[in-house]
Design a protein around this ligand. Sequence first.
Ligand code: AMP
Length: 222
Amino acid sequence: MALNLLMLGPPGAGKGTQAERFAKAKGIPKISTGDILREAVANKTEIGLRAKAIMDRGELVNDEVMIGIVQERLGRPDAAGGFILDGFPRTVAQAAALDGIMTGHDPLIVIDIVVPEDELVRRLGTRTICRLCGETGPVGCEVGGACAKCGGRLVQRTDDNKAVVLERLKVYHRQTEPLVEFYRIRPTFRSVDGAQPPDRVAADLAAAIAAAAATGAAGVQG
Ligand code: AMP
């Protein structure tokens, strides 16, 4: 059974870091819509030019554009054996479109990473990202430090300043949190406590995915 995964959770929950780790361990692609958009901004593509201002305000890029990006990406051969989505879907419309895209494929496994709000604000205020490769710096890394992957300089994300962080959390509660209820009724939905140290989160995540996959496989057969 292909591992078709998606990570839910607020900004700062550790979705990207955990998705990256799990994807590497399983040899499946991590598909982060935030990374795809930041690359488009850096390359000054048409989508990038339109998305930049929206991202800098902490708002969401429109559903049609995002669905198009993800549909194209999931259609590539490397996603056929499984994938892990990070940052998509973020609205009910995106989730409904994803169900359409996934028709006839192995069931989606949905992991919600739960972290208290004050911890999210603290993490987002201190988070760094590499200016060259876009890798998120490890927790505790400071602006000006070197990226562990490519040696590039770590900077703060332009949308990680306090005002934009608060707006992104508001947008999360309004537009993305309803997805928890959208998916919760599925047998392949699991929650993971994201407030623990990263290694514990990774272990819980792997166990939750294995349990959900077993349920999903049973569902397909039965
Ligand atoms: P992220 O790196 O996932 O926090 O995404 C950074 C920003 O990119 C978000 O604040 C949105 O402006 C935009 N973005 C990323 N993914 C989506 C999505 N699925 N739908 C709409 N906007 C998105």
